[in-house]
Ligand binder design. Sequence first.
Ligand code: HEM
Length: 559
Amino acid sequence: MATTLTRLVELVRSKPFAASLALVTHYVLHSDEWENSFHVFLGIWTVAFGGIAVLEYVCDSRAQTLGLAIQITATAATIYFGTLATSILLHRVFFHRLRGIPGPVTARFTKFHSIFAGVLPKFQYFKYVRSLHQKYRTDVIRTGPREVTVYCADAIPLVHGPLSKCTKASIYTATELGGSSVHTTRNKQEHRERRKIWDQAFSAKALREYEPRLNRHARALMEKLGERAGKETVRITNWVNFCFDVMGDVGFNRSFGMVEKGEEADAIKLLHEATGILSILSHLSWALNLASRTSAGAKPLLDHMKWSAEILEERTKARFGMQMLMTPKENDVISWLLNPHDDRITPGMNADTRLLVVAGSDTVSATLSFLFYELCLNPSVQAKLRKIIDAIMPEKAHLDVNDLADCPFLDGVINEALRLHPAVPSGPVRETPPEGFTLPNGTYIPGNIHIWTPIYTLQRDARYFQDPLTFMPERWTDERPGAVIDKRAFLPFITGVYNCVGQKLAMLEMRSVTANLVRRFEMGFAEGEDGRTIEDGSRDCFTMNVGKLDVWLTERERV
Ligand code: HEM
């Protein structure tokens, strides 16, 4: 026994042993995906180095004091971590399969590059990514050790098309405490099964059932704006939070009352706290995963989970007849997602409930905010839209969703807002299939690489849109059809199997609010407003967290 311990002591003191162990660790890290299991390594390292310190103190006669034992352990740790870091960095720079792809030098070493160079300056990573394209003038840029950003429309079918073999990247499961939603599940088969149910919840028939609620909320919003028109500055970016009311109502028959109260509901504050961390850590899956395992990092998420669990509990009881008063008056999305034969609430249902609010509200409110910003910047477009809308059912006081189903110019205005200001501006991240693929331009992207398709940059690319920075709704109508050169580059809702399930609902909401607003009011920047805050102060938290926009509304005289 004593000899074994002596041998062990000699081993932990051996520098070649520590270095070899580091190389083995690198091999293990390299051969599998560990980003979301970093806590396992932290645990192993803590136990291992703690064990070495104890071993030295108890069994090594040369380490007579605790200080000496710690010193010996620190030396072993320095050699181990030093070798590990050197091996990883050398591999990333000189031997990685992406070594031939151009990009910022520090991005080859570490994803911290994206945070320091891209996120932290202004929290607008999408603009940084566009600047890289302008600098390198190439369609594939290495933006991380195991990551590329691809700037050409030709890549879209390979990355997002219906036959794409790409999967969602590891970041999707980084904050998965307890269960995945249809959005965060990475297993293709599981996604397909869950998505079928979501598709039913947003089918044409289901949408017709939701329409009266959209009309009700749009009317309520116009009334509230009417009370302020001509009297006070209107912070329109707050009022578009009406989308949360719509989502609460359509989603689970419960309005957040945001339009009624004119302020952010507690549940939404919770939601924004839970997603705020994404602006920085969505670039570091392991750090996001680690943060969500700490009590401070997990708190907003856990609070939000508790909130959705309460909603689900009420609804499940209602379904099984225990609380008749809670049986919804109208069909909602949750009724599709609940299991009709089982009253148990699964973590997946909880995650889907949260997804419903996150995906369905911030996206629409961000798009509407930028749409109104563009209408203030482009009064001639606003006047043209008003003239066209005025011709639709002039006898009605309020236009319903149904009345606006066929208005190409209105859809053109919405498409331009989605094009110039996509709600998911940096674009979702996918992982290439193990065999990789070759882009039409001949560039081979190896397997298991994270791949970004930067929606903001693609939608402002002159190769795909004429006068790409001009807000031109006509490009989506018969007036200037040639101004959309390659429609594959228009990706606000993404395409393929992971595309946005709520895009039709979003269009209904946006048509209804935009048309009724320009019909009832003239809108311009409020005094002192120049749009700089919404342009420069909006924050990319995967979806866009929009800066403020103050407008002045003037009620129109209608005959
Ligand atoms: C202007 C409005 C909207 C935009 C621009 C938008 C955009 C997107 C994008 C880009 C994705 C893909 C995200 C990814 O792959 O990580 C997505 C997915 C999704 N969206 Fe939307 N969205 C909008 C509105 C809505 C609405 C109203 C709902 C209704 C609940 C919704 C529900 C979803 C869901 C559930 C997914 C996940 C789909 C899946 O993974 O199968 N979205 N959306």
